[in-house]
Design a binder for this molecule. Structure first.
Ligand code: M6R
Length: 614
């Protein structure tokens, strides 16, 4: 969703803010803006529709001096993307400026009350209500900024990460968090603020992840203070982040997405490091050791997630059911949280989230926790909200994922789920030693096999040119490869804007087959596994109706290659790990198709990397 950056110290704020916005642009990108307070107590707000580049062009001739500032990239919720609705928002007197990520649910009510008191509004946003309200209470009760913010937050219903400046107290930034992430970076006599650590790590590795209900007071030359709305001082832990700058830059690739696709062998090596002992054919997850009792007592597992993470969950379900013999349900977090689910003691809820900030997944976690379930998180962003809300969990350790289309996080999630299923299955005695060892060995060989699959890149690039004409795609797979079909379809639609549907291959004849004609590309995952013959029949059915088949097959499969229009050969692996191999050409297909169509691969329209509003 929206990205927040802030700086207060002795350096010029503007270049730090703009660089920070670029690092956060993946979160939202329909407009951008900056507020700067300079030494003479002037508060200037510059904002524009478009991307950070547009903001920079807009500011080219402006006075951007000041050593204090806040900045924002927006992903519209209330009010169309426009300069008017872009953040920061001034208060009526222009003494204050605010930036906000989240949704103020009672904004209409608050706005009406403020309008009745004669306060005019300049935008359609929920955010402007906050700044006008702060100014109103400041004036009415002669309050300092912090007290006014605390008073206003008492009245506010919703989710927020905010940062606010007041030109009359130019040595202070106040930031507050409730259900939207916010990180404070601590430098030498300076503070940085970010929606995540990426705008901060260039300057300091010392950070404080704010908790819900925290208000941070950043005063130049003073210690960080964290309080709540009752002005009670709160303890805060300074952590060290170990993300390198290289990890959040493109490293010579034209897009983050391509870099992240090609990083997958290394990412999976990192994901398994210290967890798989190759000599002993053994998987050790510290969370499983520490919470063995709770995990072994599980009568049921419920996986909650959204989007790509939900697809990984569907694969995890099959792994856990096969290896641990525990029933598993996979739920869209957004549905689960609102349907009074039967969940409680004895259930293990696994929350999967790359960002660790998805609002629906976080809400599903909190609901399950309240009802007594044991919560296990599988996340990527270290220190994000979901891992902090869970009882335990395993990070996927694939490094920051910047491209909006999730790629390496998906394979990381599947890898952790495989290790988790193996570790629990072994403890429960539900997986035979030979089977266990076979899967462990195969997991260890995955980085090399993915390296091999990546050599199809040029072939997939050529193939994508053939199919850019298509307005629809169908993706088919069975068993472990059905979620891969869903994931392939999601990748294509989100970045190329081609409509695509994923189906279990056998379901095709119950409806989707009506769509097949000579214009319809059908991607079929048809590797040599237990379902091979059945999927082969499905391919015949498609060809009989003149559909155009792109088949992912096991190396050396001549049968399918003679029938299909296009064949991509994949290295052999065991069935439960096929998703790690088969998903790679589908990521590449989506990527090259989008590039061929001239789309913005890393920042597709309407999407945000981190969905922190429901
Ligand atoms: O950060 P999360 O894994 O919780 O995000 C969930 C989805 O928003 C995310 O996977 C989304 O579907 C991606 N854009 C897919 O590529």
């Amino acid at each position: 969703m929206c990205g927040i950056v802030g700086y207060i110290g002795d350096r010029d704020a503007y270049p730090i803010l703009v660089k920070g916005l670029r690092r956060l642009e993946y979160r939202g990108y329909d407009s951008a803006g900056v507020a700067l307070v300079n030494g003479s107590g002037t508060l200037s707000v510059y904002k524009t529709k478009g991307k950070v580049d547009d903001l920079e062009n807009y500011c080219a001739e402006k006075d951007v001096s000041g050593q204090v500032g806040i900045a924002h990239t927006r992903w519209a919720t209330h009010g169309e993307p426009s300069s008017r609705n872009a953040h920061p928002h001034y208060s009526e007197s222009k003494n204050l400026a605010i930036i906000h990520n989240g949704i103020i649910e009672n904004y209409a009510d608050l706005k009406k009350k403020l309008q009745q008191k004669g306060i005019p509004f300049r935008s359609d946003t929920d955010t402007e209500v906050l700044v006008q309200f702060v100014e109103y209470v400041q004036q009415k009760k002669s309050l300092d900024l912090l007290t006014a913010v605390q008073l206003v937050l008492h009245e506010v219903i919703g989710a927020y990460a905010i940062a606010i400046v007041d030109k009359r107290t130019p040595d202070t930034i106040i930031a507050a968090r409730k259900q939207s992430p916010l990180v404070v970076g601590i430098g030498e006599d300076e503070f940085f603020l970010g929606s995540d650590a990426s705008p901060i790590i260039e300057y300091t590795s010392r950070v404080v992840y704010l908790e819900d209900g925290n208000i941070a007071v950043m005063k130049r030359g003073k210690e960080l203070q964290v309080v709540n709305i009752y002005n009670t001082k709160l303890p805060h832990e300074v952590k060290t982040v170990d993300i390198s700058l290289g990890q959040i830059e493109k490293g010579g690739y034209p897009h983050f997405m391509l870099k992240e696709i090609f990083e997958q062998p290394e990412c999976l090596t990192n994901c398994m490091r210290g967890r798989i002992n190759v000599e002993a054919d053994n998987v050790t997850l510290s969370a499983v050791i520490d919470y063995k009792k709770q995990l072994l007592a599980a009568r049921r597992v419920i996986i909650v997630a959204c989007g790509t993470s939900w697809h990984a969950g569907l694969i995890g379900k099959q792994m856990i059911e096969n290896l641990c013999r525990i029933p598993v349900e996979v739920e869209y977090a957004s549905e689960f949280r609102y349907r009074n689910p039967v969940v409680g003691a004895g259930d293990v809820v696994i929350a999967i989230s790359q960002s660790g900030e998805t609002a629906d997944t976080l809400a599903a976690v909190n609901l399950s926790k309240e009802r007594g379930a044991f919560i296990y998180g599988i996340c990527n962003a270290i220190g994000s909200s979901i891992p902090r809300a869970t009882d335990t969990g395993s990070y996927i350790h694939v490094g920051p994922e910047i491209g909006v289309a999730s790629t390496k996080a998906f394979t990381g999630q599947v890898t952790v789920l495989a290790m988790l299923a193996l570790a629990i299955g072994k403890e429960r005695g539900t997986v035979a030693r030979a089977e266990y060892e076979k899967i462990v060995k195969e997991l260890v060989s995955m980085p090399a096999k993915i390296e091999e699959v990546l050599t199809v890149n040029d072939r997939v690039k050529d193939l994508s040119r053939t199919f850019t004409y298509a307005r629809n795609f169908i993706y088919l797979g069975r068993g472990y490869n059905y979620p891969v079909a869903l994931e392939g379809a999601l990748k294509l639609k989100e970045i190329s804007y081609i409509h695509a549907e994923g189906y279990p291959a056998a379901e095709m004849k119950h409806g989707p087959i009506a769509l097949i004609d000579s214009d319809m590309p059908v991607v079929v995952i048809a590797t040599h596994n237990a379902m091979y013959e059945k999927v082969l029949n499905n391919i015949q059915e498609i060809k009989a109706r003149k559909g155009r088949v792109i088949a992912l097959v096991s190396k050396g499969d001549e049968t399918i290659c003679q029938i299909a229009d296009e064949c991509i050969e994949l290295p052999d692996t065991i069935e439960c790990l096929e998703p790690l191999i088969a998903s790679i050409p589908l990521q590449l297909l989506a990527y090259h198709t989008a590039v061929c169509k001239g789309k913005n691969v890393d920042q597709p329209r309407n999407l945000a990397k981190s969905v922190t509003v429901e």
